[in-house]
Design a protein around this ligand. Structure first.
Ligand SMILES: Nc1ncnc2c1ncn2[C@@H]1O[C@H](COP(=O)(O)OP(=O)(O)OP(=O)(O)O)[C@@H](O)[C@H]1O
Length: 245
């Protein structure tokens, strides 16, 4: 049952690609204001899961909710309250960073300011550069700024800091901490234990399309008698996470 303190909900979400299951009976709840980390090895199904919760991919079975709304049926309303940054953003390469940001700001009644968004992702100096001329990490930072343009109540961030240099990564963590302080709900797909331990209230571990454990980062470590979240992940899944680029 949905309650008013639930921001994002997955109930029995199931998806196969050409008969091969990618996500099986996914049940997940992210509370309002909570930051939840979704951890899993390559191919575990993280992107498929968050795309279904965001309404960008139709499940075979099950349902998703975003603040009580159906992300596919109530798409227009959900767009106003949910920001999504996906691993592979397809953006118009000929537009400059500033133009892209202003285009996205125009979709919302009360957007964040352009200067604030550029500052949040550390791209103030790149405002006049065309998107296609940016480095991969800078392009990723643009997609994060776009996800935040409409002051969303919740954000889904898929591998927020993969490919970012250490300074950009730290800055991004500070941005997430600022969002948390503002009460924004965050669903964070991550490969980085340090990131999850620093930012997340709770973690869900996905393995071969199924959630195999949920809990606080320290609770998971304790439960499996591990020394670190890294070790807990290996103990739970039998797989090591790849180090971020
Ligand atoms: N569009 C698609 N068509 C066919 N198979 C797909 C498609 N998208 C994903 N898959 C398969 O579904 C499984 C889960 O993929 P998904 O991208 O959701 O995993 P992930 O945990 O996000 O992986 P990664 O960490 O590598 O990004 C994988 O086996 C993948 O090959």
């Amino acid at each position: 049952m949905t309650t008013t303190d639930t921001a994002l909900l997955a109930e029995g979400l199931t998806k196969s690609y050409r008969g091969t299951p990618a996500i099986v009976e996914l049940n997940l709840r992210v509370g309002v204001g909570e930051t939840l980390g979704l951890l899993g090895a390559n191919g575990a199904g993280k992107t498929t899961a968050v795309e279904m919760i965001a309404g960008l991919r139709a499940p075979d079975h099950g349902r998703a909710e975003v603040f009580g709304l159906d992300p596919r049926r109530d798409r227009a309303q959900v767009r106003q309250i949910l920001g999504v940054q996906l691993q592979h953003a397809y953006l118009h390469g000929a537009l400059t960073v500033g133009e892209l940001i202003d285009l996205y700001r125009s979709f919302y009644p009360d957007p964040r300011g352009s200067a604030e968004l550029l500052e949040l992702v550390g791209l103030a100096d790149q405002r006049r550069i065309r998107f296609e001329k940016l480095s991969g990490g800078q392009q990723q930072r643009v997609s994060i700024a776009l996800a935040l343009a409409g002051r969303p109540r919740a954000v889904i961030l898929d591998e927020l800091t993969t490919g970012l240099d250490p300074r950009a990564r730290r800055r991004m963590w500070e941005t997430i901490e600022q969002l948390r302080d503002e009460g924004v709900t965050v669903l964070l797909v991550s490969h980085t234990m340090e990131e999850v331990e620093r930012l997340c209230d709770r973690v869900a571990v996905l393995d071969a399309g199924r959630i195999i454990a949920t809990g606080t980062p320290s609770g998971l470590v304790e439960r499996v008698g591990a020394d670190s979240l890294d070790d807990a992940f290996v103990a739970l899944t039998g797989t090591e996470l790849e180090a971020p680029e």
